[in-house]
Design a protein around this ligand. Structure first.
Ligand SMILES: NC(=O)c1ccc[n+]([C@@H]2O[C@H](COP(=O)([O-])OP(=O)(O)OC[C@H]3O[C@@H](n4cnc5c(N)ncnc54)[C@H](OP(=O)(O)O)[C@@H]3O)[C@@H](O)[C@H]2O)c1
Length: 272
């Protein structure tokens, strides 16, 4: 079964709904120690994955993704998102140039202002880079409900292709205002922290999956968490991070098959 695709509202381009985060999981500087990440990236592409999210904030992750993708010969099949995370226009440009180099692209698919740091300055640069064809989409990110008011102001006032935000069974706040707003304004949504950094799976460890999980093609707790997110119509792509192939295979399975309806979503909520 192939991975479900979702359209980016600003262009209509379809991308797989199940992506890959790289915070911590891909922060490995020494090439000789990148075996697990190499296996994860190879399997991700084999299973139909394309969207990879990184940031200069994630230590060696951008370099690891770029090197491994080139080495595996999969760079062209990836849809790569990264971020700018600094203050000032010139440092922002320098950081973005370095990201392009590390991620081995002539251009990047998506560049986001990380945690809204110096957002107005970088949005100007991102617009110029988009006009010049060096990035295809621009956006902003945050990781916490404490940043949602600021995210909302930017979503209302700036033309954005993407917003990246935290949304999960443990952190559902975005569904109150931000997800409906993203739909209204035609902004694609990348979901970070979908497993609450693994805490959601820890909460249910050792418990038996309910028998009705099979009705929505779920064979694990992680898939229930990820499908609960993907069932929200505003969500474009969810980006769980892992450095383990069994977890990657588990997560990718959430990108295929049936999704929970409103009643099943409610039932999932009561389990966590
Ligand atoms: N401000 C921002 O822009 C921002 C903030 C936060 C995150 N992000 C992005 O969003 C991505 C995802 O968020 P996150 O990494 O914070 O958290 P997450 O994806 O919710 O959780 C990752 C953790 O879950 C574990 N895990 C993954 N799949 C699993 C499975 N099937 N079963 C059990 N455990 C599993 C991983 O451990 P193993 O490695 O052992 O599998 C890892 O510890 C980040 O990597 C980053 O790309 C962006």
């Amino acid at each position: 079964m192939s991975q479900a695709l979702r359209a980016i509202p600003s262009s209509g381009e379809a991308i797989p709904a199940l992506g890959l985060g790289t915070w911590q999981a891909f922060d490995v500087a020494a090439p000789a120690r990148r075996g697990p990440q190499r296996d994860v990236l190879r399997r991700f592409v084999e299973l139909g994955g394309r969207v990879v999210d990184s940031s200069p904030m994630y230590g060696a992750a951008e370099g690891a993704v770029g090197d491994l993708a080139a080495d595996l010969g999969v760079r062209d099949s990836l849809w790569v998102a990264t971020k700018v995370w600094t203050t000032g226009a010139a440092p922002g440009v320098a950081q973005m140039e370095r990201s392009l180099q590390l991620l081995r692209g002539k251009r990047l698919d998506l560049l986001q202002v990380h945690n809204l740091v110096d957002v107005q300055t970088h949005l100007k640069t991102l617009r110029a880079w988009k006009d010049g064809g060096r990035i295809r989409y621009l956006g902003v990110t945050h990781y916490s409900a404490s940043g949602h008011d600021a995210l909302e102001r930017i979503m209302r006032s700036e033309p954005l292709d993407f917003v990246q935000l935290n949304y999960s069974l443990a952190e559902p706040e975005a569904e109150r205002r931000l997800l409906p707003l993203a739909r209204d304004r035609g902004i694609a949504v990348l979901v970070n922290r979908p497993l609450a950094q693994g805490a959601l799976v820890s909460r249910v460890r050792g418990r038996t999956l309910p028998s009705w999980a099979g009705e929505i093609d779920c064979t694990s707790w992680a898939q229930l968490c990820l499908k609960w997110i993907l069932a929200h119509p505003a969500v474009t792509c969810v980006i769980p991070a892992t450095s383990r192939v069994p977890h990657l295979e588990d997560n990718m399975q959430a990108g295929v098959g049936r999704l929970p309806d409103a009643a099943a979503r409610e039932r999932i909520t009561t389990l966590f």
